[in-house]
Design a protein around this ligand. Sequence first.
Ligand code: ASP
Length: 220
Amino acid sequence: MNRSILILYTGGTIGMKADPETGILSPFKFDQIEEEVPELKKFNVSLSTLTFSPPIDSSNVTPELWCRIAHVIKENYDSYDGFVVLHGTDTMSYSAAALSFMTQNLDKPIIFTGSQIPIGVLRTDGKENLIGAIEIAAARHNGRPAVPEVCIFFQDKLFRGNRTHKHSAEQFNAFRSDNYPPLAEAGIDIHYHHQFIRKRDTFMPPLQYFHRVGHPGRRH
Ligand code: ASP
């Protein structure tokens, strides 16, 4: 069966493109992502995109954005098999941690990623991060989503989001999880460490705290 993934572009370096004449970076239209990353057409996954307008540099992220992300996921939860959140790297760990507490007992993956070099620039790490995040969001194990957690995928490792921190603004392996092992590692194949991946509590309804997430802008 064809899986469906919703990609949310919230902002950050990954969605930037350099003007060929001036070299100035500006956000490209994320709904045209397949032009920037033609490899996405080879996926046996149906992809939808949703762009936050204006895109937000993650140093300006506030809890209001966390609510917007959670709200979009909540509204689309039944229509997709998984979610990829593209986010600036500077505060990605904070947003992933917040989302992990707002979406407890998830039974679908929410995979954050971003990049150190814009996707529209030669030598970008954004394409591999995006492709890996989509593959993980669509992956199944024993007929169920392989990683029903809020995670960060960066370079070649999948981490539990709320255990991460950004340790480098220069290296492609920008994130670390010092007190919990990686949930998966990408080499020739993506190797999942199922023993470390959270199991959904089947006695509790999925997303039990989602009802606390109000509409963006509303006080709650
Ligand atoms: N300043 C950017 C941000 O965090 C850097 C990045 O995307 O890596 O939004």
